[in-house]
Design a protein around this ligand. Structure first.
Ligand code: ZN
Length: 179
């Protein structure tokens, strides 16, 4: 029961942190839909560890809002903070470098962080199928899909369901945006 209370605490925290943000996609859905989708996909793939689900809900708070790892550690504990950290890019670096580092660092993540990151990529790629950002060219979409495949290759070997869902999401997004 304590875990469930903590999970809802995380949902409330993330919803409030992301409250003024919208997803980049054409439908501009509230940002919180994305972390909820990531957590849902983890549960659907049999990942039911509360720390993983709480970290999934919080995974974009430090990267995209005014949240610190210390705040997360105080509220949700050191393991959750460390998982969120593993899923957070260093925003002081240029975008191209951040993308390169995601590929390079993927194989060195913990098993739990790998699962969250794969579910995150599935969620992003699934959005790309019908709701790509309106200002993105076909080439940008294709490059993005190729990049996510490179990252997920480095995360593989942790959960077959997530990995096959990712492959399917990429195939469907490619079909929706034929080259
Ligand atoms: Zn995310």
């Amino acid at each position: 029961m304590k875990d469930l209370a903590m999970l809802f605490e995380a949902l409330d925290f993330a919803a409030s942190k992301h409250q003024f943000q919208r997803r980049k996609g054409s439908t501009e859905t509230p940002y919180i839909n994305h972390p909820i989708d990531v957590a849902r996909r983890l549960v659907g793939a049999g990942e039911e560890d509360p720390q993983v689900l709480i970290a999934a809900i919080l995974h974009d708070t430090v990267e995209d809002t005014e949240t610190t790892f210390d705040q997360i550690a105080t509220k949700f504990g050191a393991e959750v903070a460390s998982l969120v950290k593993e899923c957070t890019d260093d925003k002081s670096l240029p975008k191209a470098e951040r993308k390169r580092l995601q590929i390079e660092n993927a194989p060195h993540k913990s098993r739990k962080a790998k699962c969250i990151k794969i579910a995150d990529k599935i969620s992003n790629v699934a959005d790309m199928k019908f709701h790509a950002p309106p200002d993105w060219s076909l080439e940008q979409i294709t490059d993005y899909l190729t990049w996510t495949e490179q990252v997920v290759r480095g995360l593989s070997g942790v959960n077959e369901i997530l990995e096959s869902e990712f492959a399917q999401a990429v195939a469907e997004a490619r079909k929706a945006h034929p080259h």
